[in-house]
Ligand binder design. Structure first.
Ligand code: HEM
Length: 221
């Protein structure tokens, strides 16, 4: 288990990481509702607004509620919260991944080329599968697998935040990105998040949980 103070820092860091994509989402919703001028850059959002609106709303809930699921103190103080929020998060996480896949397949996205198309299919699918595996694990009361798969799914979702940083850093160093570099910056964001998630999953279980504790949790004791 992580300590209370580290848990608060973790929640704050995860919330901070999603600030840029959430701000972009608010901006996109305002421009759609307010009827901003249609340009070649934004035409796809006006012509087919449903997937992007569902994507932004579900991503907002997922990114804001999600971090609290990782705080053990919060889970102890509000035992019903984790379960109730978890159900909402499963639905929102699936919605984020599925609408992301929908836009990848049907929006004429004018940047990123075939590599970004393939990466979005791969990671969008991986997010959906991770959340489903995390959900079925908890139905079997397998808490360790549940934690591992939900952490992976969340890491992929939060790729949106890390990608904003990798793209900013890449642009500052190498100038405006072309198709290939844009795809590489985004792919790097997902790889970094998954690497951190794998590290956290392994570290969490091996350092803090004895086999006995894991068995007790699996039995719901
Ligand atoms: C919590 C995580 C996520 C957040 C906060 C987020 C946020 C956003 C936002 C704000 C937009 C609108 C961009 C704009 O208005 O220009 C967007 C678009 C999009 N997102 Fe996500 N996203 C997340 C996860 C994902 C995932 C996992 C995928 C994987 C497939 C994905 C695929 C897409 C696609 C394809 C678009 C349309 C891009 C375009 O047409 O330019 N997103 N996302």
């Amino acid at each position: 288990m992580i300590k209370e103070r580290s848990a608060k820092r973790l929640v704050a860091a995860l919330l901070l990481l999603s600030v840029i994509p959430l701000a972009a989402g608010v901006f996109r919703l305002i421009s759609l509702i307010g009827g901003a001028e249609m340009t070649p850059d934004n035409a796809r959002f006006f012509e087919m607004p449903l997937p992007v609106v569902l994507h932004i709303l579900s991503a907002g809930v997922y990114a804001i509620l999600g971090p609290f699921q990782f705080a053990p103190g919060f889970r102890r103080r509000k035992p019903g919260w984790h379960h109730a929020a978890g159900r909402v998060l499963v639905l929102c996480g699936l919605m984020v991944g599925l609408t992301g896949l929908w836009m990848t397949l049907f929006y004429p996205i004018p940047y990123g080329g075939k590599l970004l198309f393939a990466l979005r299919l791969l990671f969008g699918l991986a997010m959906v599968v991770s959340i489903l595996l995390g959900f079925t694990a908890i139905l079997r009361r397998d808490v360790n697998r549940h934690r591992a798969w939900m952490t992976r799914g969340y890491a992929i979702g939060l790729g949106a935040g890390t990608q904003a940083l990798t793209e900013m850093a890449g642009t500052a160093i190498f100038g405006p990105p072309g198709d290939l570099s844009k795809a590489l910056y985004m792919g790097t964001g997902w790889v970094i998040n998954l690497a951190v998630a794998e590290w956290a999953i392994r570290r969490g279980y091996s350092r803090h949980d004895s086999k006995k504790q894991q068995d007790k949790r699996n039995l719901g004791l």
